[in-house]
Design a binder for this molecule. Structure first.
Ligand code: PMP
Length: 353
């Protein structure tokens, strides 16, 4: 730290992204990326001409992409926001709507508390129940920014839409943000509620189900007034927040929905196989509707299993928070990758199984 950093930021503990090793020798099951490439037409869209066009700024209104997203989901373009990854819309939402404080589960996406700290927002971390589910009553009538990932990360567990509606209804004067980064892997969306409630913000990403994590593209749905607030923040920070190439790839992605539906179906199938196989090996596996599993074995500490898998060239994600340190979060890869993982776990646990 230099002596120049604003005092306000000196104690800030930044978000720690999952490891991104450069050598690519690992089977990477640690950051919930897709094991599948973008659709062929997305790959083909990246021409030399498009690269030459990088001399021009991108469209700050992202008109074409917004229209495609709006048409796909049956909403007006004014109800759509697009961002540089969904991390950016989360960032903007904390900045814009965190004035009365915030609340989110104690076990959830680690960036929420970083944004809280960044903006000096007092926040409450509400404990998940013992079975790692969310008690919706804990979030009713709080009168502050409520942030819930649905499915939650790293548990993969969901909260029913009727319970989200109860939370939204009971907090009419503050924003409820539902982070649907993983909804396409079997979750239930709250999107229809955005037509009914002006305080609901639903965020999504192209990083998981649309195989575009490196493109950095996120989107969100809400009432036009909430979207206008997010636009105000965007135009006050970085109007060209999405680069030209990513805008283009996003548009082509929206024309390839069948491909992505197939990839999601593959991942769901592989997830169910992996969960069953781990359970048969004595693991506890939380009921996931995401592209990852959160699992623990009574035979070994989560950190130790993580380390031994890494030595065998397989990366999973381990969190040191005492409540979840027996667990590892395992991204669903291809069937072959998951077979390799299972073989490695059998090898590691050996006689303990
Ligand atoms: N929300 C949740 C719950 C996530 O797990 C992640 C990715 N790790 C994000 C949002 C952000 O994803 P991105 O910025 O790639 O859209």
């Amino acid at each position: 730290m230099s002596r120049f950093l604003n005092e306000r930021f000196q104690p800030l503990v930044a978000y720690t992204p999952g490891e991104q090793p450069r050598d690519m020798r690992y089977i990477k099951l640690n950051t919930n990326e897709s094991p599948y490439p973008p659709a062929p037409q997305v790959v083909a869209a990246m021409t030399a001409e498009q690269v030459e066009n990088l001399r021009l700024y991108s469209d700050p209104t992202a008109k074409a992409l917004k229209e495609k997203i709006a048409a796909r989901y049956g909403v007006a373009p004014e109800s759509v926001f697009v961002s540089n990854g969904s991390d950016e819309v989360l960032n903007f939402a904390f900045m814009a709507f965190g004035g009365k404080g915030a609340a989110f589960p104690d076990i959830s996406y680690g960036f929420y508390e970083v944004f809280g700290d960044l903006y000096g927002i007092p926040y409450e971390k509400i404990p998940l129940k013992a079975d790692f589910s969310i008690d919706f009553r804990d979030y009713c009538g709080l009168g502050k920014l409520v942030v819930i990932a649905n499915p939650n990360a790293p548990t993969g567990m969901t909260i029913p839409v009727c319970e989200v509606e109860a939370i939204v209804k009971s907090n009419p004067d503050s924003v409820v943000l539902i982070d649907e980064a993983y909804v396409d892997f079997g979750g239930e969306t709250c999107l229809p509620l955005t037509a009914k409630y002006d305080n609901l913000l639903v965020t999504r990403t192209f990083s998981k189900s649309r195989c575009l994590a490196g493109g950095r593209l996120g989107y969100a749905f809400a009432s036009p007034a909430l979207i206008a607030d997010l636009e105000k923040i965007k135009y006050s920070t970085n109007p060209y927040n999405i680069n030209r190439l990513t805008l283009l790839l996003g548009e082509v992605t929206m024309d390839a929905e069948d491909y992505y539906a197939d990839m999601c179906a593959n991942i769901i199938r592989t997830r169910e196989w992996t969960a069953k196989t781990l359970e048969a090996m004595g693991f506890t596996v939380l009921p996931s509707r995401a592209n990852f599993l959160f699992a623990r074995t009574p035979a070994m500490d989560g950190g130790e299993l993580y380390t031994q898998l890494k030595q065998r060239g397989i990366l999973v994600r381990h969190f040191s928070n005492p409540r979840v340190c027996p667990f590892n979060r395992i991204t669903i890869g291809t069937p072959e990758q998951m077979e390799t993982l299972i073989a490695a776990i059998r090898d590691i646990l050996g006689g303990a199984l």
